[in-house]
Design a protein around this ligand. Structure first.
Ligand code: SAH
Length: 346
């Protein structure tokens, strides 16, 4: 694979253009074109400069390979990377704007028992520019511009564990929130982690005030180990401490994801234990009914059971919502589409 031009920060691009002996304003033209989601071949520069760039950099590091549209308007994308790998993305339309779900790795090595993204293990990390390009491409496809973006919110909840690809993800966050670029406010970005404690603590010192989201899915370490192998390494208590550090550093309340699995974590006792665990903390709980994955033998709960769980949390004074499961008719859960396409093509 060639290098990825979208990896570069504004300053790095300026330096590159100077190094190539080009005039400074060329960097502005290139940067704006890239942020508009243009491939190198469509950048408004001389054919000679375009050729020089194409020798060294990928023309289009992320391409839409397949689009599925669900009954509720949710769109699911399969993106093709320059080395032939596939990743998934989702665009969910809400009243207040469009939220894009972005991948940070090809596959994942965290091994959560309910998740389809991790079925084939980790293939490779995405670069900062590959993460950013998912947004640039969809913003362009949906008719968005840099002033009037079609993608207003971003969640790092596609395939991959963002903190297992720490440096590239932080670089993506810096480039993606920079003035003059696609410039998505950190407040409109959610980063979801399975709870890699050292990286969570390190991230608190980066000065990026986003919505830190932690996949909890259990109330005791013993139960968490049953579905999340990462629980063998980090305790819930240490995750809560890391969240508190993030809150102190940024003033941002944090969020817990809790997928309700039948016979596993969804009884009234679990709701009460979850409330005890989180009482008084500046946090919010996002409940979601498990999206059943064919290859996994875990069952979801009924809507009634989910509302009962939510009711207990609310009664206990915990801020919580039950998320609508969007796009389930097109394989909304992580990794399901990629897994299906890879299987078809085998
Ligand atoms: N690696 C990150 C991002 C993962 S995806 C993390 O672990 O947080 C975003 C969320 O979807 C996580 O909370 C993840 O646990 C959850 N998830 C994965 N598969 C799911 C499924 N089949 N049903 C419901 N939630 C699922």
């Amino acid at each position: 694979m060639k290098e990825i031009l979208q990896d570069l920060s504004r300053a790095e691009l300026n330096a590159l253009i100077e190094e190539m002996g080009e005039k400074k304003f060329r960097a502005d033209q290139i940067y704006t074109g890239l942020m508009q989601g243009k491939p190198i071949r469509d950048l408004p520069v001389s054919p000679a400069l375009r050729e020089k760039l194409l020798e060294r950099f990928e023309d289009e590091p992320v391409k839409v390979y397949k689009t599925l549209v669900a009954a509720d308007g949710t769109e699911k994308y399969l993106f093709l990377l320059a080395d032939g790998n596939l990743i998934e993305g989702v665009l969910m339309q809400y009243k207040y704007g469009n939220t894009q779900c972005v991948s940070t790795q090809v596959g994942c090595r965290m091994g959560c028992k309910f998740c389809a993204s991790t079925l084939g293990g980790l293939v490779r990390n995405l670069t900062a520019g590959e993460i950013l390009s998912q947004i640039l491409v969809i913003n362009r496809e949906k008719g968005g511009t840099l002033k009037d973006r079609a993608v207003t919110n971003v969640v790092l909840m596609g395939s991959g564990e963002p903190f297992d690809n720490y440096d590239n993800v932080v670089k993506f966050l810096r480039n993606g929130t920079a003035e003059g670029g696609i410039c998505i406010s950190a407040r409109n970005i959610s980063l979801s982690t399975c709870g890699l404690v050292p990286e969570m603590k390190k991230f608190a010192s980066e000065g990026i005030p986003l919505n830190l989201t932690v996949s909890l899915h259990a109330v005791t370490d013993g139960e968490r180990k049953r579905t999340m192998p990462v629980a063998n390494k980090y305790k819930i208590k240490d995750i809560l401490d890391a969240c508190a550090i993030y809150f102190r550093a940024t003033g941002r309340r944090y969020i817990f994801e809790y997928s309700l699995i039948s016979g596993e974590n969804s009884d009234e006792e679990h709701a009460l234990a979850l409330a005890r665990l989180l009482k008084g903390k500046p946090c919010h709980v996002n409940l979601i009914r498990l999206n059943e994955v064919k290859e996994r033998h875990l069952n979801t709960v009924s809507e009634k059971e989910a509302y009962r769980f939510l009711g207990v949390l609310e009664q206990q004074g915990i801020s919580a919502t039950l998320r609508r499961s969007m796009g389930s008719d097109i394989g909304g859960a992580c990794g399901q589409l990629r897994a299906a396409v890879l299987k078809d093509e085998q």
